[in-house]
Design a protein around this ligand. Structure first.
Ligand code: FAD
Length: 386
């Protein structure tokens, strides 16, 4: 049975995170009946239950998508502009490397929680129905029945089509894998990350240059820090998960972390007063690049964002790329030529782009941790900009 790709077709989006909420806004504005099923509670009522990366770099690709949804002004109000990388060498003066010639070429630091709430509000305003505390459990694609885990037990709902915006661990993708293997290839990075915080100074101001993405490059490992609008910075330490020091295996507790920072990041120590506590308390995050051969199943399901193509965060492009998916899928659905055809056209358009940025993100890790402090690299950049 092929359901008509008309504006009366109900679309069920799984996941009300960044991509799910933006896609819901775009599609509801086009007139589709949109239901969003989100595993967590409503962050506007219960507070944002983050989990990872407190803030994100928003670049022109993502901003363009927000502009098309009419949300750029609202989002930029919460953002802190970053005009370049502020590099903190172990020996030598910290210095700014601009991203472009002037402030017309910048990126923005944005709180994941605030952004998610802005997008959910927009989706609801556009007419999408949001259902919280409903995590997709399993899917019977033959009968078109989806089973959700709810606070009152499992609940079965019939569906016409499901769009998976449920992140890197996507339950919809897992259900698809059971039904028709997606030819998965996962590349786990042997480096992980841990988040730390730079609070405001005694006057309530930023402790270091606010309008920059700070990097402490140290060869095989590094720290970065992105500003938050409440004048804090979220610091992320990236280093090997296992093996010779320094690694998360060898630096196991706050005291060892303090010794490590004294040796390798001495200028960061006065900035992170709760370094010992943060290190002990915060989990080590793992990072992977996930490749799937198929992003859709005829007219019954499609995947977007991290569910389709999770990537390592070193280009700061996972969300930006997910937002581009939303625009592409909404455009193909607007052409009114059947869901299966729209999904296939979306997949054909976005898969090569996602693969390219996944590869660039892996390469940028080497550049960030190894080359931004390198004199030859800096000379090359200067020549590029000249
Ligand atoms: P998610 O944001 O993961 O949202 C998925 C949603 O689905 C969540 O709300 C989740 O609760 C919900 N969900 C999950 N399972 C179910 C289920 N079974 N049923 C219903 N709902 C479900 N990207 C950038 O562009 N810039 C950056 O600077 C950047 N920095 C990053 C730093 C780190 C450390 C990491 C790990 C990632 C970073 N990213 C960055 C990538 C970015 O976080 C992701 O690409 C982006 O969040 C993808 O959005 P999404 O909506 O596809 O998935």
């Amino acid at each position: 049975m092929t359901p008509p790709a008309s504006l009366t077709t109900p679309l069920a989006i799984i996941g009300g995170g960044l991509a799910g909420a933006l896609l819901a806004t775009l599609l509801a504005k086009q007139g589709w009946q949109v239901d969003v099923y989100e595993r967590r509670g409503d962050p506007r009522v219960e507070g944002y239950a983050g989990g990872r990366s407190i803030n994100l770099a928003l670049a022109e690709r993502g901003l363009h998508a927000l502009r098309l949804a009419g949300l750029d002004d609202a989002v930029l109000k919460q953002a802190v502009m970053m005009r370049g990388r502020f590099v903190h060498p172990l020996d030598g003066e910290p210095h700014l490397q601009r991203y472009g010639r002037d402030d017309s070429e910048v990126i923005w630091s944005i709180s994941r929680g605030e952004l998610n709430i802005t997008l959910l509000d927009a989706a609801e305003r556009a007419g999408a129905r949001l259902h919280f505390d409903m995590g997709l459990e399993s899917v019977d694609f033959e009968r078109r029945i989806a089973t959700f885990d709810t606070n009152s037990g499992p609940r079965e709902l019939p569906f016409t089509t499901l769009i998976g915006a449920d992140g890197a661990g996507s339950s919809l993708r897992q259900a698809l894998q059971h039904y028709r293997p997606c030819e998965e290839r996962s590349e786990w990075l042997d480096h992980g990350y841990k988040e730390l915080e730079i609070p405001p100074d005694a006057n309530g101001d930023f402790r270091i240059e606010a309008n920059a993405l700070h990097i402490w490059p140290r060869g095989h490992y590094m720290c970065i820090a992105l500003p938050n609008d409440e004048r804090t910075f979220t610091v992320t330490l990236f280093m090997p998960l296992q093996g010779a020091a320094p690694s998360f295996e060898t630096i196991r507790d706050g005291a060892q972390a303090l010794d490590f920072f004294h040796r390798d990041f001495p200028d960061a120590i006065p900035l992170i007063p709760e370094l010992v506590e943060d290190y002990a308390r915060n989990p080590v995050g793992k990072l992977a690049t996930l490749h799937y051969q198929h992003w859709h199943l005829d007219d019954r399901a499609a995947l977007i964002g991290d569910a389709a193509h999770a990537m390592v965060p070193f280009h700061g492009q996972g969300m930006n790329c997910a937002f581009e998916d939303c625009i592409a899928l909404a455009n193909h659905l607007a052409r009114d030529r059947g869901l299966a055809e729209a999904y296939a056209a979306y997949e054909a358009e976005r898969k090569p782009n996602a693969a390219a940025i996944q590869q660039m993100a892996l390469e940028n890790y080497i550049e960030m941790r190894d080359k931004v402090g390198d004199a030859a690299f800096l000379l090359q950049r200067e020549l590029e900009l000249a």
